[in-house]
Design a protein. Structure first.
Length: 451
């Protein structure tokens, strides 16, 4: 009935202390060491992860800042290039940025065409077979004529598209200016400011969903924070919608502007006609921005673009071959002919490739090319001047004497329209005369005395 004890674990056993220490050293110590090492490693890993997180955050923010700086740099170059169109002939030829030369430098078809011509001329120094020399190059002129027609038509369509989209961008600006003018004269200041703030936010947000060149993390964040377009709650709603995912964000901002007009009408701040005019302007802003998305959804048909590229890739090497053969062979070859024919090959390549590049560049004017539209300038210009309209001062009350004095000093508008004296506004119109209690209008003298 007695409880059995283990000498090795019995605390009353004198040998237990030495045995327990041996067990702890042999069993516990080897376990504690790895645990301690793991804990230390975990702390180091946590610190390393935290440091990596700060580094990534710093790199990400610097990338976003660089993207904004890059957009600013491109925008500045675009505005400067616009002024070059009126420069003299020779000064125009000295530019590199914003020209077709910067694109031709890296074009594979151009250098392949030149290389083919040079290779044929080198071989022609030793002589060419008779069947090669007898090749008829006249048909290349026919092919070149057809290719020129297709490319010119392609460039013409791209230019129409370019200026059409520019017109829609300017329509967005115009609708905001018109609404600001109406709001300044017909709505309380706080209502007008909020309405125009929503419309400017919609204008800026429309380009975010339209092009990847203007992302929300860099472009819209800077625009929104600089101009204070949205409150924290409103911005949270935009982030939930996802500004970069299309036009849903700017369309909701348009809805907010419509709510603002309707609420002002419900509170008696706007009559029915003024509210209808403002709603029309807001909806026209949405329509103009919608045209940008419609054009992005239907670019120049790929079938036509591929056809142009295919003709270019086939025509230019054949043109170089015919020019290289016709420049002479053996004893009939001369370096002057080689140079002139080579210049013709280069000129034809620049003409064909240059027109194709122009058509491709202007067909999508909302990218990062120097020939694209100045989106950031449009947004900033519209915000600035729409708010200046809202902060405009009202003119002094109309005064007959002042207007009549100005009319005396102006040039004549014609004897039939000037006053009896030929100067000034003449006698006052009946609507300007006061009506006496008896119903008869007062004289001009009495009106001036009372005034």
């Amino acid at each position: 009935g007695e409880k059995a004890t283990n000498p090795a674990t019995d605390p009353n056993n004198a040998n237990n202390n030495s045995t327990g220490s041996i067990l702890r050293q042999t069993l516990v110590a080897p376990v504690k060491a790895p645990v301690k090492a793991v804990a230390t490693t975990a702390k180091v890993s946590a610190k390393a992860a935290k440091a990596v997180g700060h580094t990534v955050k710093r790199l990400t923010s610097s990338k976003q800042d660089f993207r904004w700086e890059e957009l600013q740099r491109i925008e500045k170059k675009r505005r400067n290039i616009l002024k070059r169109a009126e420069e003299p002939f020779w000064k125009t030829l000295t530019h590199w940025d914003g020209t077709v030369l910067s694109h031709l430098r890296t074009d594979t078809v151009l250098w392949l065409t030149v290389a083919i011509y040079i290779a044929i001329r080198i071989a022609a120094r030793e002589g060419l077979p008779d069947y090669v020399a007898d090749l008829d190059s006249g048909r290349m002129g026919i092919v070149g004529g057809f290719l020129t027609f297709f490319i010119v038509f392609y460039v013409n369509q791209s230019h129409k598209r370019f200026f059409g989209l520019y017109g829609h961008s300017m329509a967005c600006k115009g609708r905001i200016f018109d609404t600001a003018t109406l709001a300044k004269t017909c709505m309380p200041q706080e209502r007008a400011l909020r309405l125009i703030r929503y419309m400017n936010a919609a204008h800026a947000a429309a380009y975010v969903g339209l092009s990847a060149v203007y992302p929300s993390e860099s472009y819209f964040n800077h625009i929104e924070q600089t101009f204070q377009l949205l409150t924290l709650e409103e911005r949270a709603r935009m982030d939930k919608i996802d500004l970069d995912a299309g036009g849903a964000a700017y369309r909701e901002l348009i809805v907010w502007a419509m709510y603002e007009v309707q609420d002002a009408k419900n509170q008696g701040l706007l009559d029915r006609e003024l509210a209808a005019m403002m709603r029309d302007q807001v909806l026209k802003l949405r329509a103009a921005a919608g045209q940008l998305y419609n054009a992005a959804d239907l670019p120049i048909p790929f079938f036509y673009v591929h056809f142009i590229c295919l003709l270019t890739a086939l025509y230019l090497p054949l043109f170089a071959i015919t020019q290289g053969i016709n420049a002479g062979a053996g004893s009939t070859s001369h370096w002057v002919v080689d140079v002139v024919a080579g210049l013709v090959v280069v000129l034809q390549s620049i003409f064909v490739i240059g027109l194709r590049v122009i058509g491709q560049k202007v067909s999508d004017p909302y990218g990062d090319d120097l020939v694209d539209l100045s989106v950031m300038f449009y947004v900033q210009f519209t915000w600035l001047h729409s708010n200046r309209i809202l902060l405009s001062d009202s003119p002094p009350p109309a005064d007959y004497e002042i207007e009549n004095d100005l009319a005396r000093k102006r040039i004549t508008v014609g004897a039939a329209w000037d006053g009896e004296s030929g100067l000034g506004l003449g006698s006052k119109s009946p609507s300007d005369k006061k009506v006496a209690p008896g119903g008869e209008p007062e004289s001009n003298d009495e009106y001036q005395e009372n005034d």
